[in-house]
Write a protein that binds this ligand. Structure first.
Ligand code: NAI
Ligand code: MG
Length: 397
């Protein structure tokens, strides 16, 4: 019997998500990954037609098959989203929320991994001047572990907070400064950290550092100011560190880290941060290794795991024919899926093939050429999305 080993739920979503995800599947097939792919809807079209961008059928498929590849979705602010609902659904109380944030919360995909590794020869790599006036290109190999479900992005927030919330806040001496402000003029976003979630992200980071031979784990928070939440992350990190004597535990403040990461990015390896700081520091590191066309990620829970490029749906490029966007972030995300299920050899083969294509430099998408995106990019020498995928496939061993 020739049964597929794995079933992967594919969620292309919107815009260029629909362009890059099929390219990743082509690479997975070419590398010999034996899987069946089932499509699941997510995103804007379902919001407009049903008032729900995250259909139950999609949740059911993910629960059943536990592995998901996700492209990107289009999100819009609440009021704008409501206006685009089909007429029959207008004013029926539907509220838009981001389905990818929904997925993370629904399946508790609390460990987000965002590797930022430079490929030698990528013209988008970070370079700096040497004291002698030359140029050097430090090798960047940072892996950001972002807590994915709590903190400032947990969605516990109000403008015009209810009286009970106000009363609770008034029990804190520091709230005195806001006592005379009318509730309608107060907006509050809460930052909730739990010890269990801090422990899970820190443990995942140390396990990863040990497995892959990284020398340090850096907690990137702001414990001197955010004493309770960042403080808890640091406290937990010290406890977990006791089991990893051979790995150094460092701590940086998010603001200082943003400065250090362009002065000496090569010093950092595994980095742990809460939801918002992790979002910030991972985008910043991604900028050192080629930006959105190269930024891959994994969202990992106890049962379900979803792999996605960190870029969005880039609507201005969705209808270009041929498509010009860089599929590497999506393909690297698919390789992370292979890592996750232990198919390391194939993951390495994919990364090596990408490295070879980047290093040769003969086939480059518009972003790698530093030219504007648009229909004229191809005539200026940029490879199409399909062409660079073909080049990667041709380099698979
Ligand atoms: P974006 O990531 O979609 O695009 C920003 C710009 O980056 C693009 O215009 C393009 O110049 C470049 N870019 C992005 N991906 C690229 C690729 N693969 N190759 C080459 N260039 C690439 O972010 P933007 O414009 O802020 O948001 C567009 C939509 O995407 C919004 O509706 C936003 O809410 C949504 N979004 C969704 C995310 C997700 O699905 N996880 C993440 C970020 C934004
Ligand atoms: Mg982001």
């Amino acid at each position: 019997m020739n049964m597929a080993q794995q079933t992967v739920v594919t969620m292309p979503g919107d815009g260029i998500g629909k362009v890059v995800l099929p390219e990743a599947i082509r690479v997975l097939q070419a590398v010999g990954f034996d899987a069946e792919y089932v499509h699941a809807d997510i995103g804007w079209e379902r919001w407009v037609s049903d008032g729900n961008p995250l259909p139950q059928a999609t949740l059911d498929l993910l629960k059943q098959h536990t592995l998901g590849l996700f492209g990107a979705i289009t999100s819009k602010p609440k009021k704008e989203a409501a206006k685009e609902l089909r007429p029959e659904l207008q004013d029926k109380g539907y509220v838009y929320y981001s389905p990818i944030v929904g997925l993370r919360q629904k399946f508790n995909l609390d460990v987000c991994i965002r590797p930022c590794r430079s490929f030698p020869g990528n013209p988008l790599n970070f370079v700096r001047q040497t004291p002698g006036g030359g140029i050097e290109e430090p090798k960047v190999d940072a892996v950001i572990f972002r807590q994915n479900t709590e903190g400032l992005y947990a969605g516990i927030e109000w403008t015009d907070p209810p009286a009970e919330v106000r009363a609770a806040l008034a029990t804190h001496p520091k709230f005195k400064a806001f006592e005379s402000v009318a509730s309608a003029d107060i907006a509050i976003s809460t930052r909730v950290f739990t010890r269990a979630a801090c422990r899970r992200i820190v443990e995942a980071a140390f396990r990863y550092a040990k497995k892959h031979g990284y020398p340090s784990v850096t907690i990137c928070e702001k414990p001197n100011v955010l004493r309770e939440t960042s403080g808890m992350m640091e406290e937990v990190a010290k406890e977990v560190h006791a089991d990893y004597a051979d790995i150094q535990l460092w701590s940086t403040n998010i603001d200082a880290q943003m400065m250090w990461l362009t002065k000496n990015p090569e010093d950092y390896s595994v980095i742990v941060a809460g939801n918002m700081f992790g979002d910030i520091v991972s985008d910043a590191f991604a900028g050192l290794v080629g930006g959105l066309g190269f930024a891959c990620s994994a969202n990992i829970g106890d049962e379900v795991a979803v792999f996605e490029p960190t870029h969005g749906s880039a609507p201005k490029y969705e209808r270009l024919d041929p498509p010009i966007v860089n599929p590497i972030a999506m393909i690297l995300s698919a390789a992370m899926m292979l890592d996750h299920i232990g198919d390391t050899g194939k993951a390495v083969a994919i990364r090596n093939a990408i490295a070879a294509v980047v290093e040769e430099g003969a086939v480059r998408t518009y972003d790698m050429l530093r030219i504007p995106g648009g229909p004229e990019a191809i005539s200026k020498g940029a490879a199409s999305t399909t062409q660079i995928t073909d080049a990667i496939i041709a380099r698979l061993d």
